[in-house]
Design a protein around this ligand. Structure first.
Ligand code: AMP
Ligand code: MG
Length: 311
């Protein structure tokens, strides 16, 4: 606790100086900077080697602060009250009076926002007088980090500080829903989209399920571990790493378990960490068992298909 407090103080100091830092969230770790600062947000793009046209998600601790930057509507309020803080990002209309840096939106009139649940980051946000722009803390197109070591792995000494909040509990990026016009899911994520459907008029149901490529994060190659992947594998081939979702009796040093018994939340939490571990262990090919499509299993399958595409 004491340690946390001094680390939060350090984080504030860096952020107030327009530096970027790593922050923990329940989805994945973020690369955070003052969302009102042109300099801090420019640094985020540079560090990540992120194309300028790919806008950033901005993180808030409360509704009053968000209202300074965005227009809100009834559906947003309903979903916010029910599911925030949590792994759901909303795209809203930007207010003309907003102080959000143009770098964040790439000049768009909309803004993606989220209220992260991780306690440490919530405490940090409450102490700042600006929101944090924070995309995932990885080099563009690579796997998102789910702990401090992963962030170090991505940026090494280029990043001055990482707030250590342990392992990300969900392990997948947030679900993004646009509420600018008709509600629309832009990216599947760590939030079960069925829960969103419950609150939306039936006439929009079809639209929500469509899963078109609407945001840059939904490009064909993304979330890549940097080695070829064989999906829906049944058995292991020579020299492959094999990711399994259920314990097997047979022992093999090339087996990596994502879960003991097909628990989808456990699989999600362990996925990126395991992909990273396998890559670092020097395997040249990675095979992975079929993952059930139920709940956030749909998101995991979405990510794996993108990750398996050739770089
Ligand atoms: P991440 O790097 O995981 O934070 O990715 C953020 C995602 O949010 C990207 O795919 C962005 O394209 C998307 N995004 C951010 N802002 C907007 C916006 N205003 N409209 C649509 N998508 C957005
Ligand atoms: Mg990302």
């Amino acid at each position: 606790m004491k340690n946390n407090l001094s680390n939060i103080k350090k984080a504030i100091k860096y952020l107030n100086n327009n530096e970027c830092i790593g922050i923990p969230t329940e989805t994945v770790y973020g690369l955070a900077g003052n969302a009102y600062s042109d300099l801090a947000t420019l640094k985020i793009f540079r560090l990540k080697k992120r194309p300028k046209k790919n806008p950033l998600i901005v993180h808030y601790s409360n509704l009053q602060d968000l209202k300074k930057d965005c227009e809100i509507n009834n559906l947003f309020l309903k979903l916010y009250k029910k599911y925030s803080p949590g792994p759901i990002s909303f795209v809203l209309k930007l207010k003309k009076t907003s102080k959000i840096s143009n770098n964040v939106t790439n000049g768009k009139k909309t803004l993606a926002v989220r209220f992260p649940k991780h306690q440490l980051t919530r405490r940090l946000l409450k102490k700042l007088n600006y929101p944090l722009a924070a995309p995932s803390a990885n080099i563009s197109k690579r796997i998102s980090p789910v702990c401090k070591d992963d962030v170090e792995d991505e940026f090494g000494k280029k990043l001055k500080f990482i707030l250590d909040g342990g392992r990300s509990q969900i392990g997948l990026e947030s679900t993004i829903i646009s509420l600018v016009d008709k509600p629309e899911i832009l990216r599947l994520g760590g939030f079960d989209k069925k829960k969103i459907k419950r609150h939306i008029d039936k006439k929009y149901y079809k639209k929500i399920g469509k899963n078109k490529i609407l945001v840059p994060g939904q490009g064909k190659t993304h979330y890549s571990p940097g080695i070829p992947m064989r999906l829906n594998a049944i058995n292991i081939r020579k020299n492959e790493a094999f990711l399994l979702i259920k314990k097997r009796k047979e022992r093999n040093k090339n087996f990596f378990y994502l879960s003991k018994n097909k628990n989808i939340k456990e699989i999600a939490k362990n996925l990126y960490r395991t992909l990273r571990k396998v890559k670092k262990s020097g395997y040249k090919v990675l095979a992975i068992e079929k993952i059930p499509k139920k709940g956030i299993g749909e998101t995991i399958n979405d990510r794996l298909i993108r990750a398996a595409k050739k770089l």
